[in-house]
Design a binder for this molecule. Structure first.
Ligand code: SF4
Length: 304
């Protein structure tokens, strides 16, 4: 029998940032004490999404990771948060109770709990749109049950935050939806996506995320996951990746190079905008020189 998933990962489990965190920051005006305190609390780290931000547009990275300018939460994000919460709760149930009916109840219960904690979400999903919103989440959950039967196995852990430093000063931080360990010790990392599977052109981005998790988990636990699996609940497709040790080591060097580029820009504040078709999804066009805006004064790298 191979090694079990080491307990060191359990000690690194913390609450995953959810839409509630987004709402908290949205309600704190940019530049307010609360906003600055939130920024100070977070030592910059490289996550799959922040690395992708920097590669796409250095200014976008700055506005998100350093200035931490709030972005407007969307209904799709709310649905994603909801389904992730329900799936996490599903694996808290005894295996025989993990049925599709129970899962739909968990969706409704999770939504009530989320709204109780953040009544602002009622504005995002008004009362008369709740039924449609929840039925969208139910559909995703129904698709999940077509993809796997959660009553046939137990998850080792859900909603795991992995944080590890590589090469001395590259802090990697990632959130893993679920880790499974087979009886023979093989580790599978599962990430749920509430959107559709990517076209070929975007598969590299998905692969980047999977390699990131493989490296972070390997460096945290000493065990290289056997399989990484992205489950796309909108269309029932899966993307799997079986990492190779040498490839993951090379990927670590790529991440280190990205981090060095970020730190260089962080020293000077020279985060240049890079215009692309992705700009149409950017919340920060009004602050972007490419669209006639002016970014706020650079607050400096948030570390001593
Ligand atoms: S609008 Fe485009 S160029 Fe400007 S910050 Fe956003 S992603 Fe970068």
């Amino acid at each position: 029998m191979g090694p079990r998933y080491p307990a060191s990962v359990s000690s690194r489990i913390v609450t995953r940032p959810t839409l509630l965190d987004v709402v908290e920051e949205v309600t704190a005006p940019s530049g307010s004490t609360t906003h600055r305190q939130a920024a100070a609390r977070h030592r910059p780290a490289l996550s799959p999404s922040r690395a992708a931000d920097f590669k796409q547009c250095p200014l976008l990275y700055r506005l998100r990771a350093i200035d931490r300018i709030p972005e407007t939460p969307t209904t799709a994000q709310a649905r994603g948060t909801l389904v992730h919460a329900a799936l996490e709760n599903l694996f808290d149930l005894p295996a025989e109770l993990r049925t599709p009916e129970a899962a739909l109840d968990l969706v409704d219960g999770a939504w009530a709990a989320i709204c109780a904690q953040a009544p602002e979400l009622r504005e995002l999903v008004p009362e008369d749109e709740t039924t449609t919103f929840l039925s969208g989440a139910h559909k995703l959950m129904t698709t999940y049950f077509r993809m796997e039967d959660p009553s046939r196995f137990d998850a080792e852990s859900c909603e795991v935050r992995v944080e590890v430093e590589i090469d001395g000063d590259v802090l990697l931080r990632g959130f893993v939806d679920r880790v499974d360990v087979a009886p023979d010790g093989r580790v599978r990392v599962v990430d749920y996506k509430t959107g559709r599977s990517p076209g070929e052109a975007f598969e590299a981005k998905a692969l980047f995320q999977m390699k990131f998790y493989a490296l972070a988990i390997q460096r945290t636990t000493g065990t290289l996951p056997t399989r990484l699996q992205l489950m796309y609940l909108a269309d029932g497709q899966q993307l799997t990746y079986d990492p190779d040790r040498d490839e993951i080591e090379r990927f670590g060097r790529t991440l280190a190079a990205i981090w060095r580029a970020i730190r260089t820009a962080g020293t000077t504040g020279d985060f240049r905008p890079r215009r692309s078709r992705m700009c149409s999804f950017c919340d920060h066009r009004s602050l972007c020189p490419e669209f006639g805006g002016t970014p706020p004064p650079y607050p400096g790298w948030p570390e001593p």
